[in-house]
Ligand binder design. Sequence first.
Ligand code: ADP
Ligand code: ASP
Ligand code: MG
Length: 439
Amino acid sequence: MKVLKFGGTSVGSAARIKDVVDLIMDRGRNIIVLSAMSGTTNTLVEISDYLYKKNVAGAKETINALQAKYDGVINELFDTDDLRDRARAATGACFDFIRSLNKEIFTLFEEREILAQGELMSTTLMTLYLESKGCNAALIPALDFMRTDKNAEPDSDYIREKLTAILDANKDADLFITQGFICRNAYGEIDNLQRGGSDYTASLIGAAIDAEEIQIWTDIDGMHNNDPRYVEGTRPVHQLHFEEAAELAYFGAKILHPTCVLPAKLNNIPVRLLNTMQPDAEGTVIFNAPPTGTIKAVAAKDNITAIKIKSGRMLLAYGFLRKVFEIFETHRTSIDMIATSEVGVSVTVDNERNLPAIVDDLKKFGTVTVDRDMVIICVVGDLGWKNRGFEADVVNALRDIPVRMISYGGSNYNISLLIRRDDKVKALNLLSQYLFNKN
Ligand code: ADP
Ligand code: ASP
Ligand code: MG
């Protein structure tokens, strides 16, 4: 059994839903994970925002517009009044539920309930359409088996146990449809796996059922060697190591959610990235033994802040770095990059929520400077230290760009460079030119 996840654009219109149905009906008894139709989750966030701000008119208008969009999709997708009525009744119930959450006190709890409606609607429409095509698809509600524990980590034992029981109870199903992204938390409340988290759902399900393969179907033919949003002429990388994929996903390659890699890697399940619009394209397979000896791809992570602590007196004293890191731990802020020298240490963080408090505490240990609007450029491939020349190629490609920090040797797969936001697009293009299009 395989797990096939289809992202927002893959189910973003009636035509795309029909294409996905053709594709999954051909591929056997698999578990299909769906995102919300593209744009829906953003709109649900917007509705919640209006409700937080007590702008009831704004919320109502946005809900009505979204419902009209779904009505249009339903009209196009189904060709009988009976099917259209059933589909409109199902999505209508979701919209009525959203309207009912216009409460005096609107909290994170209500927001999560609203955000869940996108995946609930896309899976209902897809299941009904499959039924109309004569496919016996079982809609298995993610809220019945996908659960996180008190640390907001997936409860793998619970997921495996519940999911296995649900699959066993549906022995005559041709295939299974479920929602990505949504789950229940340790208190039984509706929650989610963070934006873009449908990839994580697919990977957790893959691990729970020991799937043959996890397929992430999206709008591009695999992981490209650079970010196609900023660089022209990028090409798919056909094979990646789990660690390489993890580095790229974490450092900005949006095609894959970073959390998706670990469950697959731990259970040694290959992850294949495929294109719904070009189902026969080779795409990318992520596994344990891809080819070595090359640089594979480049990605960029935005909104980075660099913090430098200068202290000639204390840096080399043992325990100094621990004290510095403890401050970040206390303020629940993770560090991405680190560079040290005799007189200072620089680190980067990707959220500024607790920055004032962190800077305040760090001042006990030295002079603190902060550089905002930075970007981490991450180059991924066979970057083991005994290889020669790859680091030189990377640095050489960026010789005309000011580089604030470099981190190399943390893993065999990555070299990271911190540059200014304004230099990002130029840096990505230069790296493509020097690393992948040399002649
Ligand atoms: P989905 O809605 O299917 O989850 P996403 O929008 O999350 O799709 O991810 C697909 C997008 O990721 C692509 O359209 C592409 O613009 C972007 N992307 C960023 N970096 C890369 C990369 N290195 N390779 C492929 N796609 C990338
Ligand atoms: N629908 C959710 C989002 O837009 C989850 C996902 O698409 O992966 O973030
Ligand atoms: Mg995605």
